[in-house]
Design a protein around this ligand. Structure first.
Ligand SMILES: [Zn+2]
Length: 291
């Protein structure tokens, strides 16, 4: 097992070096990000138990390196046939309900839903859509789903307004959101945002978590968002956003899609797509509490 792990680490490093090249500057930067992204797009979040690294090792070894190198005979990589020695097993498809329909775990949980921006700060605006409107619409749908499942939901805002008094600084505005989560002793904090990029061809959903915690929650939510919406999976990543750094409960910030991409901007304005987005976040929260 030691050799297996050592070899995996070596090959993982090679893989990371290969990947770092083409990754976009705005999203690359650290090995952590790459590993987070890999884990997000490759590992079923319903496994529970093992951490992302262990899962990544198993995945790399059993599904990719094992078959390619045909070493350590047998193991789980027995699907390889002589006619097709290099077989990279595709991503796991639907894994059944895996508990995401069992919403009982949400009963009594205090969940703060934070629609980003609002009032005098609309967030990203492009292609005829404002970030604040998308964020609020999805957050309200998420609120309803959570409440129906028995959770106690606290919204940082339910209308198009700032959370701190108008005219407050950005710092005060963000602190007001954190204060709500802390004052309510929340079990979970979910901030909902829409993304932007100078390059209009960039699109996809991603989920951020504070360094050192909440990566499991981010993976669960990201996985379920992709499953529900079919959005391009831009993975999960740690980030130092104020609301993530300063909340003490598990916290994530979801970037649902890019308003700067015409096609995604259009989707983000559709009621049906917003509902799928809310459903994905909701299912992710259930999966997280189930594991
Ligand atoms: Zn935002």
């Amino acid at each position: 097992m030691y050799n297996k792990k050592k070899l995996t680490i070596l090959l993982l490093l090679m893989l990371v070096i290969n990947i770092l090249g083409p990754v976009q500057v705005s999203h690359a930067a650290t090995i952590d990000n790459v590993i987070g992204t890999l884990a997000a797009s490759s590992v079923p979040s319903t496994d529970g138990g093992a951490n992302a690294f262990d899962k990544l090792f198993s995945l790399l070894f059993d599904k990719i390196l094992g078959p390619i190198l045909n070493i350590f005979g047998g193991g789980k990589a027995t699907t390889t046939s002589p006619n097709n020695p290099i077989k990279v097993t595709p991503l796991p498809s639907e894994e059944g309900s895996s508990g995401s329909t069992d919403s009982g775990v949400l009963r009594g949980k205090i969940i703060v839903v934070d629609p980003g921006h609002g009032g005098s700060n609309p967030g990203a605006v492009d292609n005829g859509t404002r970030e604040t409107d998308n964020n609020l619409a999805v957050s309200l749908k998420l609120r309803d789903k959570l409440v129906n499942a028995g959770a106690k939901v606290v919204m940082t805002r339910e209308t198009d307004r700032t959370v701190a008094p108008e005219g407050s600084s950005l710092g005060q505005e963000l602190a007001a959101r954190v204060d709500i989560a802390e004052a309510n002793n929340a079990d979970m904090f979910i901030s909902v945002h829409s993304n932007s990029n100078p390059d209009p061809s960039i699109y996809g959903a991603m989920t951020f978590f504070p360094d050192g915690k909440s990566s499991k929650l981010a993976l669960a939510v990201q996985d379920n968002i992709i499953r529900e919406t079919g959005a391009v999976d831009k993975g999960t990543s740690s980030a130092t956003f104020y609301v993530l750094r300063n909340t003490t409960m598990p916290s994530i910030l979801v970037e649902m899609g890019f308003v700067t991409n015409a096609d995604e901007a259009r989707k983000l304005q559709e009621d049906n797509y917003r509902n799928k987005m809310a459903q994905g976040i909701f299912n992710g929260a259930i999966n997280y509490f189930n594991n």
